[in-house]
Design a protein around this ligand. Structure first.
Ligand code: ADP
Ligand code: G6P
Length: 489
């Protein structure tokens, strides 16, 4: 395998994630257009080079007909993507149901879904069956494209059942699994009716990776408490077979952001924004419109700040860019209405005929517009109630080398462990504390901003997506070699 610059690729990698890096939009019977998908998983993996990678996943659309499927397979092949076709019912039960209504909130400490005010798992059986079926469908596609020596890297909570399916096909497959969300305390995980089955299937992988040491520790203790297995410093042992468990903090392709700032179109955006918000400090939130991001809490804290600091009312603006996500799940629909209602109320309360304090956009911004926004921001507000890592905070830091703005960061985001020394850490549930931190950030001396930014900038530019992937894959290769040595003894 040769790269375009003539150097050999490191290794062939099959990346398997529920979502492909591009989502397909049908334009005609056999024509498709592809749009970049949003989310930290896609952002990080797109920053990984040097591997000859194929990406296997769902294109975000139901394609029941053969003509459409053949055309989509062709359109995606140019991007080295291979689709898994999931029908509407599976998507409803597996993606909207089990993944995003059960696992996602539970792993973010938001509990199990409520029906009539009761936490219930009434639809649980059929959703879990669909989850297993969907994972099996992913395994079938992987198996079809697998070549000996490939590394198969499974991603996220959608595919916890996949390692077991793959090993059933071929016990020699090198299988790694990485979780992009928190892994919760075993006390939370044990609420799941399928708790043991999920743990066991992850343990079929050779290596299980997490963003932080705490998440890895929670996973090991869930295996100990729920399955009664032995946790060792290396991982989890079951009848002499070790599943290696470790932390691999993710990063971004920081150079891509830094280079983008030099582009004329980004400079043009920057100038427009500076002109538009001249005389006002810019605060920024960029999130998927998800309940884990604490968007209502963030906006209420901003309201409290304005309430307590009348002198700032016409001198600061909050730009909240929230891309809609998982819009078929009722919880997400409720969140959208709630955010709109709060923003409307606050703008009515503090707005004037010429300016409003909050600009809320329900949409995705293109990469260049996003870089420009990061660059002109004085204070970024990340108020996740829980978050695996939060790459928005990394992207903001990467784009701030000339401005040296302040990052207010939730202590419940994985990023608090890496950017905590440079950011102002807050408990997003405490609106008074977040409001006070807004004041602290806006009034911070240039000296202190510089010092804090420097710490974070060094981290973001050295702990990149590439480094993350290289470390994970090399650990996976070593783990497999060590296991072979152990069994041959
Ligand atoms: P999550 O993976 O939960 O969405 P992250 O902060 O890790 O959270 O990653 C979010 C990614 O999605 C980032 O790369 C960010 O730039 C992108 N993103 C989020 N919201 C938007 C938006 N409104 N427009 C464009 N990109 C967005
Ligand atoms: C998070 C998850 C990803 C997911 C992304 C976007 O980052 O960890 O697996 O792809 O959110 O969510 P979506 O449901 O649109 O894929």
């Amino acid at each position: 395998c040769e790269r375009q610059d003539g150097r050999p690729y490191r290794q062939r990698l099959l990346v398997v994630a529920n979502r492909l890096p591009v989502s397909a939009v049908r334009r005609g019977e056999d024509s498709w257009s592809l749009e970049i998908s949003a989310g930290g998983l896609v952002t990080a993996l797109l920053g990984v080079k040097d591997f000859e990678a194929r990406w296997i996943g769902w294109a975000g659309v139901n394609v029941p007909d053969e003509i459409g499927q053949t055309a989509l397979i062709k359109a995606l092949a140019d991007k080295r993507c291979i689709p898994v076709f999931l029908d509407e019912e599976i998507v409803h039960q597996y993606y909207n149901g089990y993944c995003n209504n059960i696992l996602w909130p539970l792993f973010h400490y938001l509990g199990l879904p409520q029906e009539d005010g009761l936490a219930t798992t009434r639809s649980f059986q059929s959703q879990f069956a669909a989850y297993k079926k969907a994972n099996q469908m992913f395994a079938d596609v992987v198996n079809k494209h697998y070549e000996e020596g490939d590394v198969v890297w499974c991603h996220d909570y959608h595919l916890m059942y996949l390692p077991q399916c793959l090993k059933e096909y071929n016990s020699k497959m090198k299988v790694g699994w990485f979780l992009h969300t928190p892994f919760p305390s075993s006390e939370i995980h044990r609420m799941l009716p399928s708790r043991s089955e999920l743990l066991r299937s992850v343990l079929a992988a050779d290596l299980a990776g997490f963003h932080t040491y705490d998440y890895a520790r929670h996973f090991v203790s869930a295996c100990t408490r729920i399955l009664g297995l032995e946790g060792t410093p290396e991982g989890v042992e079951d009848q002499g077979r070790l599943t290696r468990v470790a932390a691999f903090p993710i990063g971004i392709d920081s150079d891509r952001f830094i280079r983008a700032l030099e582009l004329p179109q980004v400079q043009e955006h920057i100038n427009e924004l500076k002109e538009r918000f001249a005389g006002r400090k810019v605060m920024l939130g960029v999130d998927r419109l998800d309940m884990i991001k604490g968007i209502p809490q963030k906006i209420l804290a901003f309201e409290k700040f304005l309430e307590e600091n009348p002198n700032w009312r016409d001198k600061v603006v909050l730009l909240q860019i929230a891309v809609p996500t998982r819009t078929d799940v009722p919880e997400y629909q409720r969140l959208t209405s709630q955010v709109h209602e709060i923003v409307g109320r606050i703008n009515g309360r503090f707005g004037t005929l010429t300016a409003v304090p909050i600009h809320h956009l329900d949409r995705s911004l293109d990469f260049h517009a996003l870089c420009a926004l990061y660059a002109v921001t004085d204070v970024a507000l990340v108020t996740s109630l829980r978050d695996g890592m939060n790459l928005v905070s990394y992207e903001f830091v990467a784009c701030q080398d000339s401005k040296k703005g302040v990052l207010i960061l939730s202590e419940f985001a994985g990023a608090a462990q890496s950017l905590g020394a440079g950011a102002i850490l807050v408990n997003p549930w405490n609106i008074t504390e977040v409001a006070a931190s807004i004041g602290q950030a806006l009034n911070m001396s240039a000296n202190e901003r510089e010092k804090r930014h420097h710490h974070n900038f060094v981290h973001v530019t050295t702990h990149t997506a590439q480094e993350w992937a290289e470390t994970f894959v090399s650990e996976l290769n070593d783990t497999v070699v060590e296991a072979q040595l152990r069994t041959s003894k």
